[in-house]
Write a protein that binds this ligand. Structure first.
Ligand code: S3P
Length: 427
């Protein structure tokens, strides 16, 4: 249980934990590479620890202490048939990317996760991997976990993905690295491109042509040092908190600024919020900056179209922020919210309404009417880390106190969240 009191203001200088997407990939690609990979800035959150645990079960030696990780890569076919079920916990990225990797391996593996993973769609990766030649089964014709995977002997495909999903794109490209010929994925809109950037850093030739990415089969990865930037999806909660609480300002250092992830900054600015990017630099293949964020009076906006994949994980906290913006904020084209850790249209509406917010669900998003005075509420994270944190941010601006039940879910992506908020909040 996390208790949040109304904050008078927020101020200070902070760092957010490492990027979740990049941390997963650094461990996976390190495991497949030849030679050692060292990682600094790794996110020691539950999701990325699940990735480490799965690759250990696949025979890879990995040491982890806080944000430092060493992976002893044994080459692509150095993985061993696991003796146990591979448990991904709550992590969609782990199961979907690992499915692509296991599809190339000449052995059998069973993969499952928690109650939330059991409800999330898997055919979006199982379908194309089967087309490439992998033998995969699961409940409801392969739609749901547990997945049973026997891989090997793949053929390249040209896949038109119906969804803009980095997990789908990455699973197919990873399988493609050990398939005959060329494998390409074309997306309806650009999703995050950390896989493409990091594969290149590991020495792989990845081609990009508009919305199509392709790789040639039979390529090797070479171990290297990876520096993971802070997660903009975690910084988003702090940015929103500053916008919610008058008089606040905050310097958030070392935030990943990959353009496929910075939709939150575009939206806050469109709403009239002040975010200054300082000290912009490139670390490994990823842009990084320090963000100076100043409380601003917000006005409503429309969040739609190709912006959606660039901020999909930030929509719960954008909805929270919109309660303090004057006018009607409309979020649309965001059906993907329904298949995240929870159905985030349902969970945002149910939990945010408890504060007295005016939020209406739609088929592909929601409408929030502001500006509304929020009152403290008893919230349940529903086991969804981002719902827990988004509602904690609402609690900072709500009168009285707010309690967040099932708050341990927050450790999935932002260990230390409560302590960090306590450090910057002036009651
Ligand atoms: C992720 C991709 C996104 C995102 C998730 C992490 C990744 O999911 O929501 O938190 O690391 O590739 P989709 O690929 O399902 O859009």
């Amino acid at each position: 249980m996390l208790r949040i009191a109304k904050a008078n203001k927020l101020s200070g200088q902070v760092k957010v934990p490492g990027d979740k997407s990049i941390s997963h990939r650094a461990v996976m690609f390190g495991a497949l590479a030849e030679g050692q990979t060292t990682i600094e800035g790794f996110l020691p959150g539950a999701d990325c620890l699940s990735t480490i645990s799965c690759f250990r079960k696949l025979g890879i030696s990995i040491t982890q202490a806080g944000d430092r990780v060493t992976v002893e890569g044994k080459g692509w076919f150095g993985l061993q048939e696991p003796e146990e079920i591979l448990d991904v916990g709550n992590s969609g990225t782990t199961i979907r990317l690992m499915a692509g990797i296991l599809a190339t391996q000449p052995f059998h593996a069973v993969v499952e996760g928690d109650e939330s993973i059991a409800k999330r769609p898997m055919r979006r990766v199982v379908g194309p991997l089967r087309q490439m030649g992998a033998k995969i089964d699961g409940r409801k014709q392969g739609e749901f976990t547990p997945l049973s995977i026997r891989g090997g002997d793949l053929n390249g495909i040209a896949y038109q993905s119906p969804v803009a999903s980095a997990q789908v794109k990455s699973a197919i490209l990873l399988a493609g690295l050990q398939a005959k010929g060329v494998t390409s994925v074309t997306e309806p809109l650009l999703s995050r491109d950390h896989t493409e950037r990091m594969l290149r850093a590991f020495g792989v030739d990845v081609r990009q042509d508009g919305l199509t990415v392709s790789v040639e089969g039979g390529q090797k990865l070479t171990g290297r040092h990876i520096v993971v930037p802070g997660d903009i999806s975690s910084a988003a909660f702090l940015i929103a908190a500053v916008m919610m609480v008058p008089g606040s300002s905050l310097l958030i250092e070392n935030v990943g600024m990959n353009p496929s992830r910075t939709g939150i900054i575009d939206v806050v600015r469109a709403m009239g919020g002040t975010i200054e990017c300082r000290n912009e630099r490139i670390v490994n293949e990823e842009p990084v900056a320090d963000l100076y964020v100043v409380h601003s009076e917000l006005t409503a906006t429309v969040v739609e179209g190709d912006l959606i994949p660039r901020l999909i994980d930030e929509i719960p906290v954008i909805a929270v922020m919109a309660t303090q913006a004057s006018g009607k904020t409309i979020i649309r084209d965001a059906e993907e919210l329904k298949v995240k850790e929870t159905d985030r249209i349902v969970t945002v509406v149910s939990e945010l309404s408890k504060f007295g917010a005016k939020v209406t669900p739609t088929d592909d998003g929601m409408i929030i009417e502001g500006k509304t005075e929020l009152h403290g509420a008893e919230i349940d994270s529903m086991g969804d880390h981002r719902i827990g944190m988004a509602m904690a941010v609402a609690g900072l601006a709500a009168s009285g106190t707010t309690s967040i039940g099932n708050a341990s879910a927050i450790d999935v992506s932002f260990p230390g969240f409560a302590g960090l908020l306590a450090n910057i909040a002036v009651e």
